[in-house]
Ligand binder design. Structure first.
Ligand code: SF4
Ligand code: SF4
Length: 405
């Protein structure tokens, strides 16, 4: 695709990056086949190809309007288009650059601006979110239907976290909302890894990975969160005390894996960021399948592969293999590539599209009559559980239960 970027952006880092991405797109439209919003809305401007065109026009100096912003807001950043594109167009980076530009130029209505500011303030603050969740659970019977579904009835207890007794150590990210919603996930990961001779540790002061604010289009604040997390982890990394940084939420994993790129223009942090990204692994990548054996059959499970795992990190098939080795029967899942509609804060900001995608996803997941749905991301877990009678768990919790002594 030919481009003529406007003077205001042509010679900037973002301009050069966007130009290189745009030039790869041949406008073939293959990506439309796997785009959830195009599947639902059938409008080319709600497809990757259409959004790429809108971003190109904006970068070339065309007027940007509320309509431009609407089509970019509707994108889930699921990156299914990236895995489908035969030309290797890095749509995810392009949409970040396009959104930042559009946000600067088109103001939001007051209620929408308030919602985004409130989410950006509350969600990354672990203690505030935990207190709000407790209050929501106490008042749950009184909440209106839609809000009620968003507040889980109860939080499963975490269980024991083994003491750090092994010479092999890995670092886990506690995250921002996960400790309150599902404290058992990291504890289960710690127990599974402990049995493999690896101690899982968390660093004091390590908070949000930055994805939440970055994808709410507060990209500077998101980068500040990334720097804070690097600061919290760095002493352990610098001393060589941990051999990997393990992600139990694929939504955080995809972001931390890209710290090196996202902070590439920050001379103070770029080397540290690149080191952190190089050390980062999804949990499924550090549990060797040969370490597992099925002691008995544990029932049928449908695995929902989060977009941030399969499209964002390119991790496919590993969790299914691990669950199978541990004795679970994996049920077939149609449309496994399509997003469940969670997508960070998307489920709150775009409720209609999100709910439609969730219904479609749950119908596919439940076709094989599973006894549990497994996932690899806290956002997907909470979103799906809000409308599912079948329990939705993190896969590591199922693995932990299957292999508990
Ligand atoms: S992003 Fe890729 S698949 Fe989509 S139109 Fe461009 S080249 Fe084709
Ligand atoms: S990231 Fe997902 S929703 Fe956005 S354009 Fe690509 S496929 Fe469509």
């Amino acid at each position: 695709m030919q481009t003529h970027l406007a003077d205001f952006i042509r010679d900037t880092d973002e301009g050069r990056e966007a130009d290189a991405i745009l030039r790869k797109c041949v406008h073939c439209g293959f990506c439309t086949a796997t785009c959830p919003t195009y599947q639902l809305l059938g409008d080319d401007l709600d497809s990757p190809r259409g959004r790429i065109y809108l971003i190109k026009r904006a970068l070339e100096g065309a007027e940007v309007t509320q309509k431009t912003r609407l089509h970019l807001d509707r994108c889930l950043t699921c990156r299914a288009c990236e895995t489908t594109c035969p030309s290797g167009v890095r749509y995810g980076r392009l949409v970040d650059i396009g959104r930042a530009l559009v946000e600067e130029r088109v103001s939001r209505p007051p209620w929408e601006a308030f919602k985004r500011a409130a989410l950006s303030f509350a969600l990354p603050r672990t203690k505030l979110f935990a207190a709000a969740l407790k209050l929501g659970q106490a008042l749950r019977p009184l909440l209106p239907g839609d809000l009620k579904k968003r507040v889980p009835e109860r939080t499963r207890p975490a269980g024991a976290w083994p003491p750090p007794r092994h010479p092999r150590k890995m670092l886990a990210l506690a995250g921002c909302v996960q400790p309150a919603l599902a404290p058992g996930i990291n504890a289960a990961a710690a127990r599974v890894l402990d049995r493999l001779g690896i101690s899982l540790v968390e660093a004091p002061g390590a908070g949000c990975c930055g994805a939440l604010r970055f994808h709410l289009n507060r990209q500077d604040a998101g980068r500040d969160d990334m720097r804070s997390l690097i600061d919290a982890w760095w002493p352990l990394v610098e001393r060589g005390e941990v051999e990997a940084i393990v992600m139990t939420a694929s939504g955080c994993g995809v972001t931390v894996r890209e710290y090196g790129e996202l902070l590439a223009h920050d001379p103070q942090y770029r080397d540290k960021a690149a080191r952190i990204s190089a050390l980062t692994r999804d949990l499924a990548e550090v549990v060797p399948p040969e370490s597992l054996s099925a002691r008995r059959a544990h029932g049928r499970v449908a695995f929902q592969a989060p977009c941030t795992l399969q499209h964002g990190q390119g991790v496919r098939g590993l969790v299914e293999t691990l669950l199978g080795k541990a004795g679970y029967e994996l049920t077939p899942v149609r449309e496994g590539h399509l997003c469940c509609g969670s997508a960070g804060t998307y489920s709150i900001l775009q409720p209609a599209l999100s709910t439609e995608l969730r219904s479609r996803k749950l119908a596919c997941l439940q076709e094989g009559a599973p006894q549990a749905i497994a996932t690899a991301n806290i956002g997907c877990l909470a979103h799906l559980q809000g409308a599912s009678a079948t329990p939705v768990r993190h896969w590591i919790e199922l693995l932990d239960e299957a292999h508990a002594p």
